[in-house]
Design a protein around this ligand. Sequence first.
Ligand code: ADP
Length: 353
Amino acid sequence: MTALPPILSESLDALADPVIVVDGRKTILFFNKAAGTAWPSLVTGMPLSFTLRAPDLVDALDSVIAERSHEHDGTFSERHPVERDFSFRIRGLQDRESSSARTTPAALVILRDLTEARRLESMRVDFVANASHELRTPLASLIGFIETLQGPARSDPNAQTRFLTIMREQGRRMARLIDDLLSLSRVEMSEHRRPVDLVDMTSVIQQSVDTLRPTASARGVTLDVIAANEPCLLPGDRDELLRVVENLVENGIKYGQSGGRVEIDLQPVGSHPSDDIALSVRDFGAGISPEHLPRLTERFYRVDASASRESGGTGLGLAIVKHIVNRHRGRLVIESEKGQGSVFRVLLPRAAL
Ligand code: ADP
């Protein structure tokens, strides 16, 4: 295997964008640090197409290696493990005459991650559409009450008190919506960057349960933590994991109220210390019909919109949970049976990055 001269490989390692050098058979001779971070499965000596499943990039590489063109630009998208968009530029290298030989650098692939820029663009569009739709109802009601207070109810103190109470609730609803929309935007923006800090899930559960105990007891629901009391460390973002547990337990309290109990469990999926950790939040309430299950994590999807609104829901809680779980490279599994209650299970990897 021909290594690049050290001065060259060190220079390429210093670049923020991924760079890969291949030989005439599209076998990887070198990749810089940024490429290794973007695609941990890259291995020198292996075909580039084993990792980068991008037909346009491979075709462009063929064309440059066959000297049909000196340079080729394009874009491609990946769907797994998270959605990412890249642009690429391929440059033929001088040694291409002997490019059929192995180990001779034939082309340079320079990549750029466009994910963040594209995500920002589509989030801006989504934000305007969703927020305006959801904010319109409370806003229309606020304007209606203001007009009534200025007109027919001008000298009716009883009506004024009643209307102001409703108006305060509508204002709070708008504030909750804006808070949730902003949380969603934030987590979506950082979704492609897996958190690196170690977080103790046991204490995350404890803190969430302590926060929600008053809400639960006000609704006659007990919170049972089954998880062992010892620390359980995994790479994560503490605030985001608190949000996950709180959203799931809060839903269990709101929608599973009739069951009177919410169970919170934390267990390793297997017996190996690096196996995934499963956080389960189970309620014993009315449950969810199967046709709704695949859509629950969509923004603003609710089984019963008025029940959700009455309990202060924005329809964004599970969308936020899903994005946080994705960012942690985990999985959210929802199981429910009508009349039996529901289990929301979050599988989180404990393995190092
Ligand atoms: P919301 O703010 O409406 O609670 P979520 O995104 O948290 O929004 O949940 C979406 C919908 O999923 C809820 O409106 C409700 O219909 C349903 N749902 C969530 N959790 C449960 C649960 N534990 N039991 C029954 N239905 C649930």
